[in-house]
Design a protein around this ligand. Structure first.
Ligand SMILES: Cc1cc2nc3c(=O)[nH]c(=O)nc-3n(C[C@H](O)[C@H](O)[C@H](O)COP(=O)(O)OP(=O)(O)OC[C@H]3O[C@@H](n4cnc5c(N)ncnc54)[C@H](O)[C@@H]3O)c2cc1C
Length: 464
């Protein structure tokens, strides 16, 4: 067992792991240092939104924090409102309240189980792992632990290529939508807004700003111009024939074959969503069986289609977006942004083109970038990740999907060997697992890492 453990991160993943560890009885006391980045941790990016318009995209019944209690969130929500159903999509703000209440309770109860917790409301800036433990640097201080876990979510977004520095400096080009939304005020001017990217974050931006800015007009640009698919109003069971489909995919780990098999299964299913949902328990192992060349092909050609089928909008959100389009306030377009230029009048001129087509230029008051999670650890300003990568202490995932790791969360050192005392959970494991960002996966990872940290005889790790 590792006696002194450092947990780094301030979102759902860290809150889940901290709670998972503190709620266990251990043969010897556990000392936990939780570097949570800022006061009031536990919500992170997704559940820090105060807006009631921002809904969970997973049904309440599946959002429990612990593997041992998958219905925990539903119980919490029903205690507040008995009319809540397991199939409801509830506000993310409520989920943030749930996470915070659970982790606060776990920290408070820790001494009664003999544990000692230190909640440090600062970011960890550096980590130096050695055979004896890990040295954590924060501000001017350092501290020692026997093991550390990175639960830092995805990395801060970087501006897309082609955006002029002056456009960014003007504040009219928004690289990170979340702080922008948190401070956006009501405005009745007829603003012209461009959203680049059309995933769930774009949808959140559109819902929030169209309501705060009632006279604004929105254009949304993405490679294919398509929104995420909607969930059905009622939950449906995953496809019964999933086993046969998965076996046939395992037999031939080739992207083209897999896509054909998936299309065939979807065509035969009553609803294609049952096929996608039936894959969920197998996605991580299928990903690991896919050769690197095929993974790269998936990322280039099929990722966008998979993401819009897998990460779906609640039906009421889909209806609101459709209404915006019907009112003529939202226009979706296909194409790639080529450049963003700040004009002398203080507006943004955006050049875009569809592949093989002519470039068109349109003027906007605000441009908001919503292009999905950034997990590229080789090109990031994130201080801790830069220090680890530049120091050769970890290995970046070659496809830009976090850090190289074993499927159980052990990070690999600069030479590609697993480190016995350095782990990650969440988005940093996308390269190892692909499906690694949502709560159902995170709670499983938290349980697995807690088991390894508390094991009486830590397993000898070897590259698998
Ligand atoms: C808009 C949005 C909606 C989503 N909705 C759902 C949903 O409905 N259901 C679902 O299952 N999943 C959803 N997800 C997926 C979501 O990523 C996970 O559910 C979960 O929030 C991930 O938590 P995390 O702790 O890994 O990351 P984050 O929420 O990103 O939290 C990481 C935290 O660590 C902090 N941090 C970073 N570096 C350091 C450091 N050096 N030291 C200390 N702290 C640091 C960050 O500031 C941040 O607060 C959503 C994601 C987004 C972005």
């Amino acid at each position: 067992m590792f006696h002194k453990v450092a947990i780094i991160g301030g979102g759902a993943a860290a809150a889940t792991l901290v709670s998972e560890l503190l709620e266990r009885r251990t043969p010897r006391p556990l000392h936990l240092d939780w570097y949570c980045g800022a006061p009031g941790a536990g919500r992170g990016v997704a559940y820090g939104t105060p807006s009631e318009r921002h809904l969970l995209n997973v049904r309440a019944a599946s959002m429990g924090m612990f593997v041992s209690k998958p219905g925990g969130f539903l119980e919490y929500a029903q205690a507040l409102d008995p009319t809540v159903k397991g199939s409801d999509f509830l506000p993310r703000r409520m989920y943030g309240d749930f996470l915070q209440s659970r982790v606060t309770q776990a920290v408070k109860n820790a001494p009664s189980l003999g544990h000692d917790v230190n909640v440090l409301p600062f970011p960890a800036d550096s980590l130096v792992p050695s055979a004896d433990g890990v040295t954590i640097g924060y501000g001017d201080e350092t501290s020692q632990a026997d093991a550390a876990v990175l639960a830092i979510g995805s990395l801060p977004p970087r501006p897309l290529p082609g955006v002029e520095d002056a456009a960014i400096a003007s504040g009219r080009y928004v690289t990170d939508p979340w702080p922008f939304l948190a401070s956006a005020e009501d405005d009745d001017r007829p603003l012209r807004v461009l959203v680049i990217g059309l995933g769930l974050t774009a949808v959140d931006v559109l819902l929030e700003l169209s309501s705060r800015w009632p006279n604004a007009h929105f254009d949304a640009l993405s490679r294919h111009g398509k929104l995420p698919e909607p969930h059905l109003s009622a939950a449906s069971a995953p496809n019964d024939d999933g086993g046969e489909l998965i076996e046939s995919m395992r037999d031939d780990p080739n992207l083209r074959v897999w896509l054909r098999r998936l299309r065939d299964a979807a065509a035969q299913a009553e609803d294609w969503r049952t096929v996608v949902d039936g894959m969920r328990p197998h996605t991580q192992s299928l990903w690991r069986e896919l050769p690197a060349k095929e993974r790269a092909r998936f990322l280039r050609h099929a990722r966008w289609a998979w993401e819009r089928a897998r990460h779906r909008m609640p039906p009421q959100v889909a209806a609101r977006v459709a209404a915006l389009e019907a009112e003529g306030r939202l226009h979706r377009g296909r194409g790639r942004m080529r450049s963003v230029h700040l004009t002398p009048q203080g507006k943004l001129d955006v050049a875009s083109a569809v592949p093989g087509g002519n470039e068109t230029i349109a003027g906007y008051d605000i441009v908001i970038q919503t292009v999905g999670l950034n997990t590229d650890t080789q090109r990031t300003e994130h201080r801790l990740i830069r220090q680890l990568v530049l120091g050769g202490l970890v290995t970046p995932d070659p496809q830009g999907l976090g850090l190289a790791a074993l499927p159980d969360g052990h990070l690999l050192d600069g030479a590609g060997k697993p480190r016995a005392n350095l782990f990650a959970i969440g988005s940093l494991l996308r390269g190892a697992l692909w499906e690694s960002t949502a709560i159902p996966e995170i709670r499983k990872q938290a349980q697995g890492v807690a088991n390894m940290l508390l094991a009486e005889k830590p397993e000898r790790v070897a590259a698998r």
